[in-house]
Design a protein around this ligand. Structure first.
Ligand code: TXA
Ligand code: MG
Length: 338
């Protein structure tokens, strides 16, 4: 018989309780484990100086869909991608001169820039909800930094809470909401800021403050010599809930289609769909909502690029991730007022 060297089980010890909730110390072995989980498409929560993030490999569609599933968000708000440095960010996004200056001054730190994606940058289209821009942040927290340096891709991460609940500033907060959805929570004790990062977008020679945070409009004005236009809730063109500038296909969208008309392309779901359609993409032949969410934006793009007049869409169950999928399809079906 092999000898068992593990210490006696102590159900009362804090460490045992913490590991039961998947709260793990930030050791070299656990960084490697976190990277392994991320590569497998699993979710890993990690501390930043603002709040705990719910991280997924930003190049993996299914992993990113898992974020929306875990947060129970009823819509696909675009997410922030996290990278270890400005140099690492260059691979994925284009920097104008003002954004570069802002990045050089405020990274690493509680500061996020919305930037144009580079063509073929490998980011999942779900990360930016189909937009051609993506929000990028280089956090300062040493645990976030180490994780990002070990992991070879950007990590997409919203705050690690269920939609509508308070943002998590301690690992216990994450465990309370999401311990069954994450593979691991890296333990960084309490976050220093407790307030989400400042989000900024440079538009022409102007600067938009999309979300206020620890880096203030005054600091940004002082650095750049430019005025900062502050967007109040409801005015912000790209913040959650007000996504007017959402991705809209050129083709019309016809929802809940059980048949197909001449000239229509079909976005199918499941195994029951009109087989006579000439152009078909199937979001999930097995009817799995997470797979459908992962494929949504790339398949809409593909069908739109065929030049079809209308995309007919099979009915999609309005539950779980289906809520977010239908929200997005409804927005695409209703021409925006812009
Ligand atoms: O402090 C933070 O920023 C935390 C930590 C984890 O880094 N993350 C965070 O992510 O607050 P989240 O997903 O809760 O907020 C992302 C915000 C949303 O308000 C979203 O609308 C905005 O970023 N956003 C993302 N991509 C955008 C884009 N392409 N254009 C405009 N806004 C965008
Ligand atoms: Mg949030």
């Amino acid at each position: 018989m092999t000898q068992n060297n593990t210490p006696p089980h102590d159900p009362g010890s804090t460490d045992t309780i913490r590991s039961g909730k998947k709260i793990m110390p930030a050791t070299l072995a656990n960084y490697h484990l976190a990277c392994k989980y991320l590569l497998q498409g699993k979710l890993v929560s990690f501390p930043t100086e603002t709040v705990y993030g719910l991280g997924a490999d930003a190049t993996n569609d299914t992993a990113v869909a898992g974020i929306f599933e875990a947060k129970q968000r009823p819509s696909f708000n675009p997410l922030i991608i996290h990278l270890p440095s400005l140099a690492a960010a260059e691979e994925y996004v284009e920097f104008d001169m003002i954004s570069r200056k802002l990045a050089a001054a405020f990274w690493p730190g509680p500061f996020t820039l919305v930037l144009k994606k580079k063509p073929n940058c490998r980011l999942s289209p779900l990360v930016s909800a189909g937009l051609d821009t993506v929000a990028v942040r280089v956090p300062q927290h040493p645990i976030a930094q180490e994780l990002l340096q070990y992991f070879k891709y950007p990590i997409a991460a919203p705050s690690a809470n269920i939609s509508g609940k308070l943002s998590p500033t301690r690992p216990e907060h994450v465990a309370r909401d999401l311990s069954s959805q994450v593979a691991m929570i890296l333990d960084g004790a309490a976050c220093q800021d407790g307030l989400e990062s400042t989000i900024v977008q440079v538009v022409g020679s102007g600067i938009r403050l999309l979300r206020p945070g620890t880096v203030t409009a005054q600091e940004i004005e002082r650095l750049t010599g430019l005025g900062v236009a502050q967007f109040e809730d409801g005015q912000n063109p790209t913040a959650p809930g007000q996504l007017k500038s959402h991705y809209a296909p050129n083709a019309k969208i016809r929802l809940n289609a059980n048949d197909i008309f001449p000239g229509e392309a079909l976005l199918a779901f499941g195994s029951l769909y009109p087989k006579d359609a000439k152009i078909i993409r199937n979001l999930s032949p097995k009817g799995i909502l997470r797979e459908a969410a992962a494929n949504l934006f790339s398949m809409l793009h593909d069908l739109d690029e065929t030049g079809c007049k209308t995309i007919a869409v099979s009915p999609i169950p309005n539950k779980g991730l289906g809520l977010a999928i239908n929200d997005r399809l409804n927005r695409a079906a209703t021409p925006s007022d812009e």
